[in-house]
Design a protein around this ligand. Structure first.
Ligand code: MOS
Length: 733
């Protein structure tokens, strides 16, 4: 293999940096109509009256859609459920009725000849509301939390074991609501074609999910709507479900029979899903030697009043640490906000922050080094399932991460290390995520000239999917990577699930390998049509494609070029499409792991925190592309810095409204906040998970980072902050 495992630059990089890559809001067609959304300014209640008169009078306004004049929309929940909608609840339907379910909810949609006109007219729409009492504060509503229907098997008697433990740690941790802030705003351009069909350019992580959703909502046949999303300026989970702008843009295009573009404003992006605020209670009980007796992890997270979104915050301790007694509970509070949603490593980013903060506090109480404590509790099994791992080299992560970081130089005493006026601290945490893989299909068209087009309906949300597809195809077809062109992000291409859950790299790679085998078999058949074929009698399993030739694996002298093989059979191309399904990985669980080490420097007088160094050692099986995979982990670390120190959606609960719905006041790390980040991929051979022995890396990079930083801040200052983000004021209490 020439490309798998080799650092390879993005094959789509040139198109992106030269501006040739077209995003959903970039598509231009003659007669384009521009949309603008009017969003609610209350969190709960009803629309009493909408006055669109002044807006209609603006020259260039074509139409204004509201719940009063919108086209017919289905009334049943099922029609609105996309592939990844929560099981419980009733999905949001834009412009459906007069009910206000959350602040910033779309209540009117202005269509105009120009974008500026649409926005100006939108500002003239007058709405009278009948407001009702709302709730947007998790902490104030925690008593209303209800258990999510999910089996959480307890082990032993955690309460009793905790009460009788030699050393106990109990605390509550809080992670505020965080919003996705992808560079690209949510956008859709909908083009009615001459035959009445719709072509929809949408910002999404799943073109086929959006396609099915739109067909269902608008009563269209599958071939009447085509959804395209060839490039995406950041998803992070915000684009897994169809967002309301795509439904509005379709409504507009159907109403006017003209192409419509709708781009949300940055403020309106805060009216979409988000990482739910969560309150996490941990109880850890241990013997003096550090052996855990009891883990209790309870979480309360935010959802909307109309859907129940939840992810696994609480079960990660079962994967990481041996404990004979354990108890878990996940609860939700329904607030007057949009339904919460997936955001990079949903559940783990928050739950593991709480778990790994608690483990650090336990290590302090036990006077055991934090790495040593984790090694003493190390679990080779998922205790919930009582199953081993397909592979788990977390030990290698601890060892190599600690070595690269220089952990042995650490004085465990808080406030014991300084650098001039700054206190220096170091902390560590474990990370864990799932290694999932899904059925997916791929198509290869191989030409006699040795060029191949490889396609699949997957997205590339910026993770490098184009590139790893090209690498895998190049190796499977024995061609230079330059000879491979990739097509993706089009709902008419072979089936693929949404790009999320870190599952696309494994899913699509194995689909490509499977279809490449069929291409090879057909090429062999074509070659063998010759009277005296050099490969006469060979079976498909006996040959491989290498350097543009079909070669006998045992006798390299028996070979034929792709061009000659096709000529013998009288063909000039081979086209194959294949749906691939993984064999069940029976008897094993499959996860990725990491060990994160962080150094902080804290200005002693001002409390300003700088994360000066991070080492993230990751075990994720075989790494397809160390360059793009390394970028994924680095991006996860940067986001972890944001989670630890900067990010917080700030509500004014009196109005149920977000106060910092912009990227000036919603803080994310900028270049000046980011210093030395080192990514290590530890060796992790995996013979069980799949043929390539690979796992996805899109999400593991963020898990554990916030805890490592919080633990480092404690080590530097002696102050334990248990509510994120750790802002300088909190170090003063
Ligand atoms: Mo990811 S949160 O599964 O896009």
């Amino acid at each position: 293999m020439n490309y798998i495992g080799t650092p390879t630059s993005r094959v789509d990089g040139h198109a992106k940096v030269t501006g040739q890559a077209k995003y959903a809001g970039d598509v231009n067609v003659p007669g384009l109509v521009f949309g603008a959304v009017v969003a609610s300014t209350i969190a709960k209640g009803r629309i009493k009256k909408i006055d669109v008169g002044a807006a209609h009078n603006v020259k260039g306004v074509l139409d204004i859609l509201t719940h009063e004049n919108r086209p017919a929309l289905p009334g049943n929940d099922k029609a609105w459920k996309d592939d990844v909608a929560p099981e419980e609840g009733s999905p949001f339907r834009p412009l459906y009725d007069d009910k206000i379910l959350f602040n910033e909810q779309p209540v009117a949609f202005v269509l105009a000849e120009d974008w500026e006109i649409a926005r100006y007219a939108a500002s003239l729409v007058r709405i009278e509301y009948a407001a009702e009492k709302h709730a947007t504060d998790l902490l104030a509503a925690r008593d209303k939390a209800f258990i999510v229907k999910k089996p959480e098997k307890p082990r032993g008697d955690a309460a009793k074991a905790f009460a009788g433990a030699d050393v106990r740690h109990e605390a509550e941790y809080f992670i505020p609501t965080e919003h996705h802030n992808p560079m690209e705003l949510f956008a859709s351009t909908v083009i009615p074609e001459k035959d009445g069909k719709l072509t929809v350019y949408d910002k999404t992580q799943g073109v086929q999910n959006v396609q099915r959703y739109l067909c269902s909502v608008f009563g269209k046949k599958p071939d009447e709507i085509r959804v395209m999303s060839q490039f995406m300026g950041g998803g992070f989970g915000s684009g897994l479900r169809p967002q309301y702008q795509v439904a509005l843009a379709v409504m507009g295009a159907l109403a006017l029979k003209r192409p419509v573009r709708l781009v949300l404003t940055r403020q309106q992006m805060y009216g979409l899903g988000f990482r739910p605020a969560s309150l996490e209670r941990l109880q850890l009980g241990a013997k003096r030697d550090g052996a855990l007796d009891a883990i209790t992890h309870e979480a309360i997270a935010v959802t909307s009043t109309f859907e129940q979104f939840s992810r696994n915050d609480i079960g990660w301790g079962d994967l990481l640490y041996k404990s004979p007694n354990a108890k878990f509970a996940h609860k939700l509070v329904g607030l007057d906000v949009p339904t919460s949603s997936d955001m990079r490593a949903p559940g783990a980013a928050t739950g593991v922050y709480a778990l790994e903060s608690a483990m650090d506090e336990l290590a302090v109480a036990l006077k055991i080094d934090p790495v040593e404590l984790r090694l003493r509790c190390y679990s080779d099994k998922d205790q919930n399932e009582n199953l081993p791992y397909t592979s788990k080299n977390l030990r290698g992560c601890y060892e190599q991460g600690a070595k690269a970081f220089g952990w042995e130089k650490r004085n465990p005493e808080p406030r014991s290390m300084r650098d001039g006026s700054e206190l220096v601290g170091s902390g560590m945490a474990t990370g864990v995520w799932e290694a999932l893989q899904m059925p997916a299909a791929a198509r290869i068209v191989l030409g006699a000239n040795g060029h191949a087009e490889v396609s699949c309906a997957t997205s590339d949300i910026g993770t490098g999917t184009y590139t790893i597809m090209a690498q895998v195809a190049a190796d499977a077809l024995g061609l230079p990577v330059e000879n491979i062109s990739i097509k993706l992000g089009d709902s008419t291409l072979p089936n693929c699930p949404v790009e999320g859950g870190s599952w696309i790299a494994a899913s699509v790679s194995h689909a490509i390998i499977a279809v490449a085998e069929e291409v090879r078999a057909e090429l062999l058949g074509s070659a063998q049509k010759a009277k005296s074929s050099p490969l006469a009698g060979a079976k498909p399993g006996d040959v491989q494609l290498s350097n543009g030739r079909l070669v006998d694996k045992k006798d390299a002298g028996r070979a034929i070029s792709i061009a000659d093989a096709m000529r013998e059979g009288g063909i000039d191309r081979i086209e194959k499409t294949k749906a691939h399904k993984f064999d069940d990985v029976k008897g094993y669980v499959h996860n990725t792991h990491s060990a994160v080490f962080a150094e902080v420097k804290v200005d002693e007088e001002l409390g300003i925190i700088r994360v000066t160094r991070v080492v993230n050692a990751v075990a994720a099986g075989r790494i397809l592309n160390p360059k793009t995979a390394g970028s994924q982990i680095m991006g996860g670390v940067v986001w972890g810095v944001g989670m630890a120190l900067h990010e917080e959606t700030a509500y004014d609960h009196k109005f149920g409204r977000i106060m910092n719905a912009n990227i000036a006041e919603y803080h994310v790390p900028v270049n000046a906040d980011i210093h030395d980040i080192k990514v290590i991929f530890v060796e992790e051979p995996d013979e069980h998970i799949n043929r390539l022995g690979m796992k996805g890396v899109g999400e593991i990079g963020i898990v554990g980072v916030a805890a490592a930083i919080a633990n480092a801040v404690y080590h530097a200052t002696g102050v334990r902050v248990r509510d994120l983000p750790i802002t300088l004021d909190k170090l003063r209490r």
